[in-house]
Ligand binder design. Structure first.
Ligand code: FES
Length: 322
């Protein structure tokens, strides 16, 4: 199968700006993208730089961008990529930010690793160094952490995350999924401390914009977005959630559903923002004119409201801390 690879090349030490090189290769049907990179490096141009190690989707080092999507080069079939994108495949580093490109496909991932380290991605517990038996936990509890445990810290989710792009302090999907890995582990003794960290505005769970790009690109099926949602619940359940615009938004949501069975968009903003709601008056007026928000007395009630209220009653677990 003949395939053209358009590869991002940039050596900041000699190049003024990045450029793309085209390599047309004869690849076998069962080849993966990493095979093509190896072929270029070993047979055509030894100066091409990229990371790889295990070749089995375990180490996470070969993560690259393929036609705009973050993938592991060693797990991505060339045949399937051609079926999806056509016979020219564009290979780029996870981040094309010139500050982050060390050379060609190799990124400086310091920001990613710093955030991973910040959430202490290891079990914190007083343990007997010479235990007489294994520390067993129930299968149902293992299931809760299993998915998050598959994370190989490749960075695919982190460099696809819109919130990370907009806010360099945001911990990002990988570090937050890793946090959940330990807050959901009954053996860990630092649950509260971990939750207090991720409850902070600017860096934590409340800055996720729910774009779900992390789910789409994760090569291991970790689903970081759902783990962030679990952390939302945990900060309330553990009484850690502080009163702020984000937690009040979550609380306002529940109030609205409890009262009407459906969302009262206008009251939700008023509840979350308080007096700051005046900042949103132009948008509110536009939404009102289009019938998207209603005045309190115009709000309809949902069918089965009593049933909805009962469900909220039995599932509610928290009070906000001031
Ligand atoms: S080389 Fe290790 S994950 Fe691809």
């Amino acid at each position: 199968m003949e395939v053209t690879f358009k590869v991002y090349r940039y050596n900041p030490e000699v190049d003024e700006k990045p450029h793309y090189e085209k390599y047309t290769l004869d690849m076998s049907d069962d080849g993966v993208i990493l095979d093509a990179l190896n072929k270029i490096k070993w047979e055509i141009d030894g100066s091409l730089s990229y990371r790889r190690s295990c070749r089995h989707g375990i180490c996470g080092s070969c993560a690259i961008k393929l036609n705009g999507k973050n993938v592991l080069a060693c797990k991505t079939s060339i045949k399937e990529a051609v079926e999806m994108f056509g016979d020219t495949l564009v290979i780029e580093p996870l981040s094309k930010n010139k500050e982050k490109v060390i050379k060609d496909l190799v990124n400086d991932k310091k920001d990613f690793w710093d955030k991973n380290a910040k959430v202490k991605p290891y079990l914190i517990a007083e343990i007997d160094e010479h235990p007489k038996s294994e520390n067993l936990i129930k299968p149902a509890l293992v299931e809760m952490i299993e998915e998050a445990d598959y994370c190989i810290a490749c960075g695919c989710c982190y460099y696809a995350c819109e919130s990370v792009r907009a806010n360099k302090d945001f911990l990002g999907p990988q570090a937050l999924a890793k946090t959940y890995r330990f807050t959901a582990d009954v053996r860990d003794e630092a649950k509260k401390e971990r939750l207090e960290l991720v409850d902070k505005l600017g860096i934590g769970i409340w800055d996720c914009v729910k774009c779900q790009a992390c789910i789409e690109v994760c090569p291991k099926g970790v689903d970081p977005f759902t783990k962030i949602t679990h952390l939302h619940n945990q900060v309330f359940e553990e009484g850690v959630a502080k009163r702020n615009v984000a937690t009040k938004h979550a609380e306002g949501f529940v109030h609205s559903i409890k009262k009407h069975g459906i969302l009262d968009e206008g009251m939700l903003v008023l509840y979350s923002e308080g007096v700051n709601v005046v900042r949103h008056m132009p948008e509110a007026m536009a939404m009102f004119m289009k019938g998207k928000i209603k005045l309190p007395w115009q709000m309809p009630k949902s069918e089965g409201l009593e049933e909805i209220q009962k469900l909220i009653e039995i599932s509610q677990t928290h009070e906000l801390k001031d």
